[in-house]
Write a protein that binds this ligand. Sequence first.
Ligand code: AP5
Ligand code: MG
Length: 217
Amino acid sequence: MALDIVLLGAPGAGKGTQAQLLCKQFGYRQISTGDLLRDNSARGTELGVAAEDFMKRGALVPDDLIIKMVEGELHGDEAVLFDGFPRTVAQAQALDAALDARGRGLPEAVFFQIDRPLLEERLLGRWTNPRTGRVYHERFNPPRRPGIDDEDGGPLIQREDDKPETIKRRLDVFEAQTLPLVEYYDHAHRLAAIDATRSVDEVAHALLHVIGMEHAH
Ligand code: AP5
Ligand code: MG
C-alpha cells in the first residue's frame, strides 16, 4: 500500500488542485477537511453549524471538532491524501496517534512553497464546484465556459472566504498556526518540499517525484 501523504501548504497553494489530480490517476482517497466542513455546513449538521462562524472569519475550527471528524473518515485500505489537515501541531500529533492505532505507517508531508502575493492572486480568481470540490482559476486554469464546470456542467461559485479581508486573515493564521508543522515533520524526517509557484502540471510532476510515484505516471 502506498504511504498516506499530508499536503501541507498555505491557502491557495494548490493542495486541492493536486489532490484531485492524484486521486483520479492513482486511486488515492482525498480527505479535505475544508470540503468536509463546507459539506456539513451546507447540510446544516451540528458540526457544520459549529464550524461556520470560524470559517467565515478565516479562523481555524477548534482542534477537537476537526480531529473527531477526521477520525470518522479513517476507514478503508486506500492510501489517503490529507488536504488542509493537519493545521496545528495538536492535529498532527492526533493524526500520528490515530494512524498508529490503526496499524498504518506514519504519513509523509509535502510542503508547497509559495509566496504571499501569488497566493492572494490565486484565491481572488478561484471558482469552485461546491458539489465535487474541483477548482478553477479565471486566468490560470479557466473552465471552458465561464462559471460552468467542465465535468458536470453545473454552476461554479466563489467561496465565501475568498474575499480580500478574509484571505488576509487566513494567510496570517496559516503563518502563525500551521507553518510550525514544517518543523514538526522535518524534525521527524518526514518532510519534502516542492516549488508550488510553477504551473499545475509542473507541480504535479514534482509532487509525483517526491512521493515516489513518477514511474507509475
Ligand atoms: P480549506 O478549504 O482547507 O482552505 P485553505 O487551506 O484556505 O486552502 P484552499 O482550499 O484555499 O487552497 P488550496 O491549497 O486547496 O488551493 P487550490 O488548489 O484551491 O479551509 C477552509 C477553512 O476551513 C479554514 O479557513 C478553516 O476555517 C477551516 N478548516 C479546514 N481545515 C481545518 C483544519 N484542519 N483545522 C481547523 N480548521 C480547518 O488553488 C487555489 C487557486 O489557485 C485555484 O483557483 C486554482 O485553480 C489555482 N491554482 C492551483 N494550482 C495552481 C498553479 N500551479 N498555477 C496556477 N494556478 C493554480
Ligand atoms: Mg483547498
